[in-house]
Design a protein around this ligand. Structure first.
Ligand code: URA
Length: 285
């Protein structure tokens, strides 16, 4: 069928439509191949509908994108209309960029209060993250926390049901940075910055900070900002103790570019698209 001409005389199919695609969480290809014969796969949802639901373009414009060879399903360009896909399994790309078509994933930032254990349920009945999640977010989302904070430590902890993102964020290979503010005993000076950046010897090997800032010094105590990219148990407390400044109070304020900001302890908020994008990027998804 001949495509309708636009007012400027260019047929729609020749115009470069902008994709509104949100980058997807994963860029790898999943195993199932969609047959080039759309009739052979009758389950699933039509590709143009999936693209429209993901906010890439209107259905009509999604059809034009398909016509133009801009859409891939599981690594193969699909130019036929009517192909059906499974949004939970199939990997869909527009212009080579993976599109997030799986609405099942959830991402939240919790400000874990002091006294709460980093578990989803606690065998000993102690207060835990699971209690906060079930109070704040309707049940059944299968959320889990990414990494841990000591019960005594307050601050930012990610909650998600996206296992791949969670695994990668916890993997040392990606060196995802974490920032903490510690209130310590002792009036810190520049030598603390040098000591932590050069590294201190701990029982389980040396540990060094990427960035250290003395924020405040007052009446025998100091506030120190420490950024590092490792996640050994009690690492910040142990490093500061080894440097001669025992921690009295510790809060995690940032994970990569995601900040706690003004979020109150015990509250949960959804990650925004920019934050999510930046986390995917940090772990090469
Ligand atoms: N380092 C600590 O000492 N405690 C935490 O909870 C996290 C990092």
């Amino acid at each position: 069928m001949k495509k309708p001409a636009r007012r400027d005389g260019t047929p729609d199919s020749k115009k470069q439509l902008l994709s509104n695609a949100k980058p997807a969480r994963r860029q790898h290809v999943s195993p199932r191949n969609v047959s080039s014969d759309p009739k052979s796969y009758t389950d699933g949802v039509r590709l143009q509908k999936v693209l429209a639901q993901a906010g890439v373009a209107s259905r009509r414009n999604a059809e034009i994108m398909i016509d133009s060879g801009r859409v891939e399903v599981n690594g193969a360009v699909v130019m036929q209309q009517g192909v059906r896909v499974n949004p939970k399994v199939d990997v869909i790309r527009v212009d080579g960029v993976r599109v997030n078509v799986n609405n099942n994933h959830q991402y939240f930032v919790l400000n874990k209060p002091r006294g709460i254990h980093s578990t989803m349920s606690d065998d000993l009945g102690r207060p835990c993250i699971g209690d906060l999640v079930s109070e704040r977010i309707s049940a059944g989302q299968g959320l889990f926390h990414v990494g841990r904070l000591d019960a005594d430590t307050e601050g930012l902890i990610l909650l998600t049901n996206d296992g791949e993102l969670a695994n990668r964020l916890s993997h040392p290979k990606y060196e995802v940075s974490k920032t903490y503010i510690a209130e310590v005993l002792g009036e810190a000076d520049r030598s603390l910055v040098t000591t932590l950046k050069n590294g201190v010897e701990l029982d389980d090997g040396p540990a060094a900070a990427d960035y250290v800032q003395i924020v405040d010094v007052h009446q025998g105590r100091s506030l120190v900002r420490v950024q590092l990219h490792e996640g050994r148990k009690h690492i910040v407390r142990r490093m500061l103790k080894a440097a001669g400044y025992p921690v009295q109070y510790l809060v995690r304020t940032k994970l990569h570019t995601v900040q706690l900001g003004e979020q109150k302890p015990g509250t949960i908020r959804a990650l925004n698209d920019n934050e999510l994008r930046s986390l995917y990027k940090a772990v090469e998804m």
